[in-house]
Design a protein around this ligand. Sequence first.
Ligand SMILES: [Zn+2]
Length: 210
Amino acid sequence: MTDFFDLVRQDYSDVYATATIRGTYIQEARCRVCKLAARKRVPPLIIEWEKGSDVIGDFTWPGGLEEVVLRESVRDALMSNHPSGVRFDQVEMIQKDGLKIPRKPAKMKNRVWLPYLGPPLWSLDVTSWCRLDIEKSKRSIVIECTECERSRMVVHDSTAPLVIKTGTWDGSEFFKIREFGNLVFAVARVSRLISESGFSNVEMKLRGSI
Ligand SMILES: [Zn+2]
């Protein structure tokens, strides 16, 4: 058995700059029964900086916990340890037309301004997927549309550790769980590496074992 962890955001009080995801998405086919269409995020990740702070943390979370942006130093530190199940894509940035850099230096500190002149930022792109053992994780699935198999998860015990379905994990150190969308999970070695490096705006939360 090996423990695994969820990568989560640490700062929600504007110590670090926040950003919102603006693209890129492709629209998937509309379901002929429920009429809903999913959209899929494809590279490059495009973000827009928000008001709050101009300090870019080691980790930035532009899409809830489902998108992870890294400073280049973090990407380099991770790459030098060769974790499996991940690759890194460049991040692009946009800014609303008409936003102008204020003349007063104090006012400049409330957001990251473009043109961005720092080292590139990187999107952490997890390439390995596995499945959840729903029952052992004290959850159940309600099918909402039988045509497109859209479903939602019901949590019976939110404190229950997550259990990965036997045989579905390929051994990658970074992975996603289909039933949890784009949340990012990692094994203990990666968790230790991130915790011990003292990176800002990230926490590792123990979620279960494989
Ligand atoms: Zn449907």
